[in-house]
Design a protein around this ligand. Structure first.
Ligand code: ZN
Ligand code: ZN
Ligand code: FE
Length: 752
């Protein structure tokens, strides 16, 4: 790496860490790109990159390239993510002359399961779920031969000695085993049946993606009306005939992580019911030998969705899966290699020409994020939805795989198991715990009960810190933290926040003007409630009579009377500054959606509406008034002129796409406006709203035009999957600078 970097006249550094090689190279984007390509093409024959993650950072002006002193730590503490089947194994898999021809558990040191089969360290076969399989003499000689591709490949196996498949019927009886099980399973999927397939990190439900009836049946059984399903294509070529695939997207699809990549759909030859009303398709390629075999035999795209009941985590054990999934699946293709921890498929999309991870699980977890601050171990327990947990070991933070929403007993078990597993794997007991400030989150309760010092980290502060951590960015900065909900520090629900970030504290510099959320949590599923809240803020009680609007008319007269009473008395109608709810409300006012069938649907549809409506036009939005006219209080983002304009445009039948673009552009202008007032050159974009590609790209572009330096998420999800990292970062930072704990400072303190 040193030679390559100096040959390309790049500056920076490289060092060894207990989790692998870490390096920074600095130079023109073209030469940095050349370096990345050369790294792959020119590596020594015996050198293997198992996996890698890259982040684009600010240039620091390194004078030269140097080899730095290694970070110390337990050398054994390297846990790799699960790696997609390599090209060599793929060739053997389909070679009739090979002894592993059609063997669904083929792997080598370059590929195969890792994180999902490790029980403890060091990573030896005896510490994996492969320990129950005794290697046959041929496999053993491969395993012991330093010249062999399977030298110390812990999951090494073959048809003689390794795991095998079984096909189970709905009643749990065995229908077939080994290759016959696979052939029968493939036939059943071809005939429109629902197959539960035990993959790498757990079960997936598989159906023929072209078969309307099969997809509809899966939707009905899973009680999942419109939330898009992920697809698996037999090959890149087949995916390209249905979707637009850029170079980077190709690389992501074929990477060892093999995530689900959100691609723009062309005229896809698949059922409309896969992703109704969605211009994107979530696409992945086969990543395990079993998937390669199934997809090659089927030769058609399949829906491949996590094998779980609604709101429950993914099933990993075949007996448990049979119990929990027999209502959903006709057949179960299972095997006897245990999954030690459930790991979902990861989801990525391309933002500003870079990879951005939306769900971080298989292929990425548990690669660490390295922080500048270190010290005794800290556990971050995350928030509630899309949760992850994180554990620091020295300067490294290990972030768990995506665990899902902590709303069912199964999910809470999974959460506790994930914490225990991280502590066990890294033989590290945390000395303190960081949690959300929300008292009713299950994660907060866990932290409070842990008999360790607890630090509550405000939700939106944690979002910004997670983004700063992965961008290796120090305070001060302006954090733009926008999401659906987070526990505020003033009794309101926060979610549209501008935070000035200092070393160990923050100031709430600005936020969206608050509005009532009639029915509180019910508003998440009913965007029309957010619309009513916005209207009430603008027009007072007149809002409940504006039945010319679909959002209002969709309530009965009796409901409107109840809502009016609730809102005026403030009963179950909290005040919120949520940007997510503002999206919902505008989507409802523009007539796009009154009731959502899954979290975030209305906001996503508002984003989708922008497709094909390029424009710089923007609605008016105010960023000048301080709350109560008091310069020591936060600036209020006044969205009222925007809402009035949305109503006027809707009334005069302006297309929803035009409204959507003007709305998104207005939000980007609000960011630029506050950034100008904050006087911080660095602007950090975090929170679930920045999963929205249009919003994120527009905000970045406008910030750059105005001379600011925007930062956004790349390796870590912008949604609540990043909260645990932000919590850990808050505690480590505070401890390093001797502050009692990270805290909010009042705007008054700032003014002083
Ligand atoms: Zn391989
Ligand atoms: Zn063998
Ligand atoms: Fe959040």
């Amino acid at each position: 790496m040193y030679r390559l970097a100096t040959d390309l006249r790049l500056s920076g550094w490289v060092l060894n860490t207990p989790a692998g090689v870490l390096l920074e190279v600095e130079g023109s984007p073209e030469r940095v790109q050349d370096f990345q390509t050369a790294l792959k093409d020119q590596k020594p024959v015996n050198c293997v990159f198992y996996s890698s993650e890259a982040t684009v950072l600010d240039p620091l002006g390194y004078a030269s390239f140097e080899i730095r002193e290694s970070l110390t730590g337990k050398k054994s503490a390297v846990v790799l993510p699960d790696l997609a089947t390599c090209a060599a194994c793929r060739t053997e898999l389909f070679d009739p002359a090979n002894r592993r021809f059609r063997y669904p558990f083929i792997n080598c040191t370059h590929c195969g399961p890792r994180f999902s089969i490790i029980e403890s360290l060091p990573y030896d076969r005896s510490n994996t779920s492969m320990k129950r399989f005794e290697m046959c003499p041929v496999c053993r000689s491969e395993y012991e031969d330093p010249q062999d591709r399977r030298f110390h490949a812990q999951p090494n196996a073959c048809p003689v000695c390794g795991p095998w498949l079984e096909l189970w019927r709905q009643d749990g009886s065995k229908a077939a085993e080994r290759d016959e099980a696979l052939l029968q399973a493939v036939r059943a999927v071809g005939e429109g049946q629902i197959l539960a397939l035990k993959g790498i990190g757990g079960f997936q439900l598989i159906v023929d993606a072209r078969n309307d009836r099969a997809v509809l049946r899966l939707r009905e059984l899973k009680d999942r009306e419109e939330k898009p399903f992920a697809l698996m294509y037999p090959s890149l070529e087949r995916a390209e005939s249905d979707c637009v695939v850029s170079r980077l997207e190709q690389e992501l699809l074929r990477s060892p992580a093999a995530p689900i990549v959100l691609l723009t759909a062309k005229s896809a030859a698949i059922s409309r019911l896969v992703a109704p009303g969605n211009p994107y398709l979530g696409v992945m390629l086969p990543y395990s030998p079993l998937h390669h075999l199934v997809l090659a035999d089927l030769d058609l795209p399949v829906v491949a969705t996590s094998g779980n009941a609604k709101d429950e985590p993914i099933c990993a054990d075949e007996h448990e899966a049979h119990e929990r999934l027999k209502r959903y699946a006709d057949l179960f293709l299972v095997h006897n290699r245990p999954v030690v921890r459930p790991v979902d498929d990861s989801v990525v999309r391309v933002l500003m020409g870079r990879e951005a991870v939306m769900r971080r699980a298989r292929g990425y977890a548990p690669l660490p994020v390295v922080l500048q601050a270190g010290g005794p171990a800290v556990l971050g327990v995350g928030a509630l939805l899309k949760n992850t947990v994180a554990l620091s070991v020295g300067h490294q933070v290990f972030i768990s795989q995506h665990l899902g929403d902590l709303e069912t007993p199964e999910a809470r078990n999974g959460f506790e198991e994930a914490i225990a597993a991280l502590e066990h794997l890294y033989e590290t007991r945390p000395t303190s715990v960081a949690c959300d400030a929300h008292p009713d989150y299950e994660s907060t309760r866990y932290a409070e009960a842990a008999a360790l010092p607890v630090t509550q980290v405000q939700h939106h502060f944690a979002h910004v810190l997670s983004c700063m951590a992965e961008n290796d960015l120090n305070a001060p900065a302006l954090g733009v933290s926008w999401d659906g909900t987070g526990y505020g520090l003033d009794g309101t629900v926060w979610g549209g926040e501008f935070l000035e970030i200092y070393e160990t504290s923050f100031v709430r510099l600005a936020h969206f003007e608050t509005f009532r959320l009639p029915g509180s949590d019910r508003a998440v599923r009913e965007p029309r409630r957010s619309a009513l809240g916005l209207l009430h803020c603008v027009f007072g009680n007149e809002a409940f009579e504006m039945t010319e609007l679909e959002a209002v008319a969709s309530f009965s007269a009796a409901e409107r009377a109840l809502l009016r009473a609730a809102v005026t008395k403030g009963i179950n109608s909290p005040l919120t500054s949520s940007a997510g709810r503002l999206f919902d409300g505008v989507a409802a006012l523009a007539g796009l959606r009154q009731i959502s069938t899954y979290e975030g649907q209305a906001a996503m549809e508002l984003e989708f509406a922008c497709h094909g409506f390029e424009s710089d036009e923007s609605y008016p939005i105010g960023v000048d008034e301080h709350a109560g006219g008091d310069a020591k209080r936060p600036i209020l983002i006044d969205w009222k002129p925007l809402v009035k304009q949305v109503l006027a445009d809707t009334k005069s039948c302006v297309p929803a796409g035009v409204i959507a673009v003007r709305f998104h552009n207005a939000l980007a202008e609000a960011i630029v406006g506050v950034a100008k007032r904050a006087g911080q050159s660095r602007v950090v974009l975090s929170g679930g709203c920045f999963q929205n590609r249009y919003l994120t790209e527009r905000a970045i572009t406008r910030l750059v035009q105005e001379g600011f330096r925007p930062y956004w998420h790349q390796r870590i999800p912008p949604n609540d999957g990043g909260i645990s990292l932000g919590q850990v970062a808050a505690v480590l930072k505070a401890r390093e600078s001797g502050a009692p704990q990270s805290r909010a400072r009042s705007a008054a303190e700032r003014a002083e």
